[in-house]
Ligand binder design. Structure first.
Ligand code: ADP
Ligand code: MG
Length: 692
């Protein structure tokens, strides 16, 4: 996509016109790089400094402003050093108390000085009205009271409100405030103009209805939400439309081959799988490159659909790349897909960061010459030296796990070639419809909304750490009966080393408890060959219990594992817990997930664990998680560091979102320059990050 600075309709960086270099550096930290960005950087609240009350009339315990003269200022020691300032107006006297103060403050507050003070009155022990640590300002000659409310902005260390306010005020003199919305949208939605919106929200008149400023549903905030949602939809739509410039190979499914595949599978596809498959098949039979997201809860059977899509591409004479986020998963997919496809004379290869130089160059050769039909790997797949002879389909599993950077790298590299391929993204993060519409507006979505038959629902248990011993006994029974156990170590985000040590200690501890059981361990720092060997041993049952860090979170599929213990479950995110739990309950036996929690749980931690305890459906978990953490976190790396929406909330503003989605195509087609200006106003240089 075109960079915004190339585009004359976009706003140039003109921050030097509104702020000094020191202030600029701070503003940039806040994501403000243009004067325009200051206009769309709205206050988080307001203070009313437009009125003063007399000391006699001033109510207690309310934020008010007084205009007074200093009559005495002295430092007292009772018990701490503090500055006590007596002030008066024509009605009464009052006291101001400062527990921390600078000598400069003391000098400024000298007898006779007139100040405006904002704070709350309480009665002190002498029954005198007193403010503790009020804000105050010296009154200069003809220093009139402001007529607008004083905005308070979210800020960063070292950047005061006064500096931001100044910068915003200057931005009003240099930045464009003309509307980017067509009048018809405004009248249809009953929204105010951009200029009125920014003016009202940055400098509200003293008599403005407070609800208009506070209530996020008020017309001004609705205008911001709509603008943002529209900008987002425009970007999505542009991405979506961009496909029409490209063409991907037409790949018709060969039914006899597919039937052969399915007949050897040992199970029948579920209805939901059938539907998703037919949507994918239809996409791949078209010239328009497929951009489809396949969503399905953990264990819903996405891998087999990926394999069928791959088969279709291979049968049409093309190569397939299947990218996964971890080596363990790539290994496992490799095994599974190889077992399914080799019989059909498909050559399955793997390419990960851990291959030896020789292996890597041999694999690269087979990819280059077209001998390799499907290549499964981590993002090593898209490194420069990997050249496909005839790549036709790219599948990205657990797509939410890939960082924005990796995805951008993927786009930047051989973008043109990649654009000519069909792409299937798979994700186990089920998200509410409004969010999907908002954040995945550039993708077609298929959903597998049922689990394969015969699965016995997982039982989730919350167990206090103090009852570990019982848990040990329980897992011993499980292992004796021939089933297997995952033991997930606590998440220690602060330190990878500590995380590792904990895993190793846990392994030793459990092994000591059960000398007759075979206990394995996997963690992120292990050599990938060791990892592979351990996973193999676990898969074929020669390890009874696997101690693991959250490296096993995604994809791992060992149906005979029926118990999972998660230590310090309260430290993990809900979606992560759900993913982890999805590693069991994959066979026909009953499975149990034991969430161990430390005995001192906070209220929030307790309510989070309750959610995971009560909901087995990933959709419900995601919904609850969304309410707790907001969309950015749920969608993972897609938005990491790049908040796509600052003011809009797709759930709350779903009606505006639908309108935005509805308007976007027409806006782009009939008013492309205005649309660009709109995108630039709201996203500026962040646009690139929203690409898939
Ligand atoms: P996910 O959607 O989480 O990636 P997988 O593709 O790993 O799920 O599938 C989970 C398990 O269910 C695998 O062992 C897979 O072979 C099996 N499976 C998939 N589809 C079906 C089906 N229709 N009937 C029975 N088992 C199935
Ligand atoms: Mg999977």
């Amino acid at each position: 996509m075109k960079n915004h600075v190339d585009n004359p309709t976009n706003y140039a960086s003109d921050l030097e016109k509104v702020a000094t270099p020191a202030v600029r550096a701070k503003l940039i930290k806040l994501g403000i790089s243009r004067a325009q960005d200051l206009l769309t950087f709205f206050p988080i609240r307001y203070e009313d400094e437009t009125q003063v009350v007399s000391i006699a009339d001033a109510p207690e315990r309310e934020l008010i402003q007084i205009e007074v003269t200093v009559i005495q200022a002295k430092v007292e020691f009772r018990p701490r050093r503090q500055l006590v300032v007596s002030v008066q107006d024509v009605t009464d006297i009052a006291s101001l108390r400062f527990l921390n103060f600078y000598p400069s403050q003391q000098r400024m507050l000298e007898v006779g000085v007139r100040i405006r003070v904002v704070g709350e009155f309480r009665l002190n022990r002498q029954r005198v009205k007193e403010m503790v640590h009020p804000r105050y300002k010296k009154i200069l000659a003809n220093d009139e009271l402001p007529t607008t409310l004083t905005p308070v902005y979210a800020t960063t260390k070292g950047l005061g409100q006064v500096s931001i306010r100044k910068a915003v005020a200057r931005a009003f003199t240099v930045a464009d405030q003309t509307d980017t919305l067509l009048p018809i949208y405004l009248s249809d939605l009953g929204l105010p103009s951009f200029s009125r919106t920014v003016k009202t929200l940055h400098r509200p008149q003293a008599d403005v209805d407070p609800a208009l400023l506070k209530d996020r549903r008020s017309e001004f905030w609705a205008r911001l939400s709509f603008d943002e949602l529209l900008a987002q939809q425009l970007i999505m739509r542009k991405n979506y439309d961009k496909r029409e410039q490209y063409s991907a190979p037409i790949m018709s499914p060969i039914n006899s081959r597919m039937e052969l595949f399915l007949s050897r599978l040992g199970f029948k596809l579920t209805n939901a799988q059938e539907i998703a498959l037919s949507e994918i098949q239809a996409d791949m039979s078209e010239r328009l490159p497929m951009r489809r997201l396949l969503q399905g809860d953990v264990g819903s059977g996405k891998t087999v659909i990926a394999a069928l899509a791959a088969l279709q591409a291979i049968d049409a004479g093309y190569q397939v790349a299947l990218m996964v986020p971890t080596e363990i998963l790539s290994e496992q997919h490799f095994k599974k897909i190889e077992s399914w496809l080799t019989i059909l004379d498909v050559s399955v290869e793997r390419l990960t960061g851990s291959l030896t130089k020789l292996e890597r160059s041999q694999t690269s050769d087979r990819i280059k010459t077209g001998l390799a039909h499907i290549v499964i790997g981590t993002h090593a797949l898209f490194q420069e030296d990997v050249v496909f002879k005839k790549l036709g389909l790219v599948i990205i599993d657990e797509q939410h796990r890939f960082g924005v950077k990796q995805r951008l790298a993927l786009i930047d590299k051989g973008a043109d070639k990649l654009n000519q391929t069909h792409q299937l993204m798979m994700s186990a993060t089920p998200i509410p419809r409004s969010l999907a519409m908002s954040f995945f507006g550039d993708l077609d979505v298929s959903v597998i909304d049922e689990l394969p038959p015969g699965r016995v629902p997982i039982i989730t248990k919350l167990v206090s750490n103090s009852r570990r011993q019982e848990v040990f006994e329980r897992i011993q029974d499980t292992c004796r009966s021939g089933q297997q156990v995952y033991w997930v170590c606590p998440l220690i985000e602060e330190s990878e080393t500590l995380q590792l040590e904990t895993a190793i200690q846990t392994h030793e501890l459990i092994q000591a408890q059960f000398p007759h059981l075979r206990i394995g361990i996997v963690h992120g720092r292990m050599k990938s060959q060791e990892k592979t060997r351990t996973m193999e041993d676990f898969t074929n049952g020669s390890i009874h219990l696997l101690v693991a860090t959250s490296v096993i979170e995604v994809g791992v599929d060992v149906p005979n594992a029926t118990v999972m213990v998660i230590e310090n479950a309260e430290r993990m995110g809900l979606s992560q817990l759900h993913q982890l739990r999805g590693r069991i309950g994959r066979g026909s036996g009953a499975s149990t997930c034991i969430l161990l929690y430390s005995s001192k749980l906070t209220e929030t931690a307790r309510s989070r664990l309750k959610i995971i305890y009560e909901n087995i459906d990933g959709f419900e978990v995601a919904r609850a998680d969304l309410q707790l953490r907001g969309p950015g976190e749920i969608l993972g790396a897609r938005q990491s560091g790049v908040p796509m929406l600052r003011y809009a909330d797709p759930e709350r503003d779903v009606l505006l979102l639908e309108k935005a989605k509805h308007f976007a195509p027409d806006f782009l087609t009939n008013h492309p320059e205005l649309a660009e200006r709109h995108i630039s106003r709201w996203y500026g240089s962040r646009e690139k990050f929203s690409e898939v």
